[in-house]
Ligand binder design. Structure first.
Ligand SMILES: [Ca+2]
Ligand SMILES: [Ca+2]
Ligand SMILES: [Ca+2]
Ligand SMILES: [Ca+2]
Length: 416
């Protein structure tokens, strides 16, 4: 611990012991450092000890904080002795001892819009302010939106923001859910103590605030009669179809469509791990919200290795990796034979978006359901047997997902 004399800048320690250090020197080469520590308020001594060291090096000793007073202020100093002469004590240093957690953070709006009244729709950035208080001050807040914040002993399992001297921080969040988004916030003080949080979504120690949203804005036009969610192929909610692909580094890249056949520069929406992935999107097969089967945002069907996964989209172009579910092949052990996936939207005329898979030489249609997920055997993630729509002759053809490019005819998968 460095020697800090100004009480306003004293370090604060929590449950760890304190390592006191001092650089001491003596022309004779051998030196002993005498450490003393005491309770600043009562004057009671809590340490008096010697530590030998070579001249010019750091002497150190450990002060156990086990018997020290929570909320106490302590001081310490050092002098050097060589058995003949003493230097006299150097300046007094200090520290605070803090084992008391900061208060549970409050979350308030910082953008003039209410967070608990349906005011703004999802997919609009919001500014919110965190506030907590602590006797010795905060280092910051760890927060997570619509994802459980891991309960950890140290470090932040979510997003970290430092706290100002007033115990607040203002952050920008992007709620994507309707009607509620769960924002979990935990404060950390300078002693490393964490505000109450038990990992739950309710109860006294949930530390979760609901961010309420108004119904979504969907971009529709006269060509979309009856459409209820984002337009087919649109992953970002702007009404234009987008492209997505894994690159050679294994990152998943989103190319946002401009609507004129061109695309914005790639934006990474998946960290490395997508090497050789087959990715398709066109349709709503799942929801980000537990208990719902659809959310009107496009989702991602992905073949990774020999397995097929469904990733809910967040309406902003990012697949929700922590919410993915594996879809099992109805008969084969895995999806090794699948060489292409094409989400087609509703192609079989039966309510629900569908998936066509090129398996070897044939095309197989896996149908969706009125509730939106692909049809599965009851109580499992195993898809119901698909319909072979073409038994042979497809191994040398590439399927194109309709709508993947602006102006491309929408309809049956095409050979070319
Ligand atoms: Ca504290
Ligand atoms: Ca788009
Ligand atoms: Ca969805
Ligand atoms: Ca269908």
């Amino acid at each position: 611990m460095p020697c800090i004399s100004d009480p306003a800048s004293w370090p604060t320690v929590g449950n760890n012991n304190v390592e006191l250090t001092a650089k001491v020197s003596d022309p004779d080469g051998y030196v002993s450092a005498k450490f003393e520590a005491w309770d600043h308020d009562s004057g009671q001594s809590v340490l008096s000890t010697w530590a030998d060291t070579a001249s010019g090096t750091w002497a150190h000793t450990t002060l156990s904080t086990a018997g020290l007073r929570d909320g106490g202020r302590y001081k310490w100093h050092v002098e050097a002795e060589d058995g003949v002469a003493v230097t006299g004590f150097g300046r007094d240093c200090g520290f605070n001892l803090d084992r008391t957690a900061p208060t549970k953070p409050t979350v308030t709006s910082a953008d003039g819009h209410s967070i608990d009244v349906a005011d703004l729709p999802p997919r609009v950035e919001r500014k919110v302010r965190f506030q907590s208080s602590d006797a010795f001050g905060l280092t910051g807040f760890c927060y997570s939106l619509n994802k459980r914040l891991p309960v950890v002993n140290s470090g932040c399992g979510g997003t970290w923001v430092p706290a100002g001297p007033d115990g607040t921080a203002t952050v920008t969040i992007l709620p994507t859910l309707w009607p509620t988004n769960r924002l979990t916030v935990q404060a950390t003080d300078k002693g490393g103590n964490l505000s109450p949080y038990d990992g739950s979504d309710g109860g006294a120690n949930s530390s979760t605030t609901l961010i309420t949203t108004a119904p979504n804005n969907y971009v529709h036009d006269a060509t979309d009669p009856g459409l209820t969610g984002d337009r087919p192929g649109d992953l970002t909610g702007d009404g234009q179809p987008d492209l997505i692909a894994a690159d050679t580094a294994g990152e998943l890249q989103l190319y946002t469509g401009r609507g004129d056949g061109t695309y914005d520069a790639a934006r990474m929406v998946g960290k490395p791990g997508w090497s050789a992935a087959l990715v398709t999107h066109r349709g709503d097969f799942a929801s980000q919200t537990p208990g719902q089967t659809r959310d009107d945002y496009e989702d991602y069907l992905v073949k990774l290795g020999s397995r097929l996964y469904l990733y809910p989209g967040n309406g902003m172009g990012t697949p929700q990796e922590d919410l993915r579910t594996e879809l099992l092949h109805p008969s084969a052990g895995d999806w090794t034979a699948a060489t292409q996936l094409v989400a087609t939207g509703n192609i079989d005329g039966v309510l629900g978006d569908d998936l066509i898979v090129k398996e070897g030489d044939k095309l197989v249609l896996y149908s969706g359901t009125a509730a939106r997920p692909l049809a599965t055997e009851t109580g499992t993630n195993k898809l119901k047997p698909g319909t072979v729509v073409s038994a042979s002759g497809w191994s040398n053809y590439e399927l194109l997902a309709p709508g993947d490019r602006a102006g491309f005819p929408v309809g049956d998968p095409m050979r070319f």
